[in-house]
Design a protein around this ligand. Sequence first.
Ligand code: MN
Length: 503
Amino acid sequence: MPQEQILLDKASARFNDYQINRIRKALILAKKAHSKQKRLSGENYIYHPLETALLLEDLKLDADTIIAGILHDTVEDTEVDLSRIKKDFGKDVAHLVEGVTKLSKIRLKKSWFGIGKKKLEEIPEFERQVETLRKMLLSTSKDIRVIFIKLADRIHNIRTLDSVPPESQVRIATETLDIYATLADRLGIGQWRGELEDLSFKYIYPDEYSKLSLRMGRILKRKKNEVEKAKKLLMKFLIKSNIKVIDVHGRVKRIYSLWMKLKRYDNDLSSIFDLVALRVIVENEEDCYRTLGIIHDHWRPLPDRIKDYIALPKPNGYQSIHTTVAGPGGKIIEIQIRDKKMHEKAEQGIAAHWYYENIKPRKKSLFFSRTKKPQPIPKYIGQWFKELSSWQKNIKDLTELKDNYQFDFFKDRIFIYTPQGDVKDLPMGATPIDFAFSVHSEVGNRCIGAKANGKIISLSHELANGDVVEILTTKKNKKANKDWLRFVKTSVARNHIRRSQKN
Ligand code: MN
């Protein structure tokens, strides 16, 4: 299998023999476990975990993550269980696989999709639901590596979405765009975000997608020569000034982000200057600013179009200098300048941080975390966590982070499903009564019983994260029970119960 060989070749360049043997062992187990299964495309199932692991390898994540990527569907879909994984690969890999398995039930409910995605966007409740699912994904993960695996899994699934029945395509693509691409963006993983967005776009808005790709194709054909000319000249200028150029390439704007931008510019492509940009990668930060000076020496910059994201990085850590100039022949062109490290970070985001640690030979240890010294949190990861923590107002301090992989922003929240698949975000210790009132005041008032995951529970029962809760109601008009005030946790429930007494 070519993917298997590619994975082993790439991994061998980074890991010691001990880790390579573990990876081989995981491959043997996964191949055996999935041997009788096919993907909807008809391909052998093993291609899917292999592609997932390859994506993780390309992000240069640690061996445990690669192994968990190979095994990520075994517990859900095959005879292999977690105790087997723990015995053979250690508790960290078992935790990762368990985490990914748990995430598989976090999804948008089908009934949202009868009315078309465009209309959905106009419903505030849909946006709230999407945000709750993002939070739920993070709260269930606890270890950032689980999210990496889930994102890689989703990339391969969306690459092969053609073989999924059409009625599921829009739901999966919407989930991908609104939940996973957004997470990849918040993690700063530009290459993954881009692919997730573009592929989902194609399924959600097929007409817009094909129209825009035609328009784009025509312009790109014309622009190709301009960019080539500018590139050659720029190389000449930089070499003359003794700047070490790592790479200069034309980068084409991603179709989804172009579409989003066009919405803000009255659909006028001629006012979009960065459809094609020239990207210059140099050795270090100082050379970035020198390069900017040299560019402006030769080509007149457009006013108000110089953006210094090195001094002022974007919230997700993105750094570069952008400038738009009148290039050769007076043609307007955007140029992006960054150094090697910034480039890696822009493509790999938070994952790039571990690259430098992982290439060092490490002692033989089953448990990755045991050999791992606590590292200071780099500035941009700090920014990222701040961004995330804005979801959770009560976060006290970044030092709460046990190590760089672990996070627990939502430890005092639980996420509860309705039988229809909606998710409610509740405080820890919440009861069926809190849940009932979060659905609707009348559901609360008329509540006479509750089931969690199909079993009858008492009304004061503490719900657990991920429970599916069904509220049994009476048709008769009924007041809320005053005694409920003794155990409810939310002010919403408390207020409704008090109000109900007055009526
Ligand atoms: Mn999978």
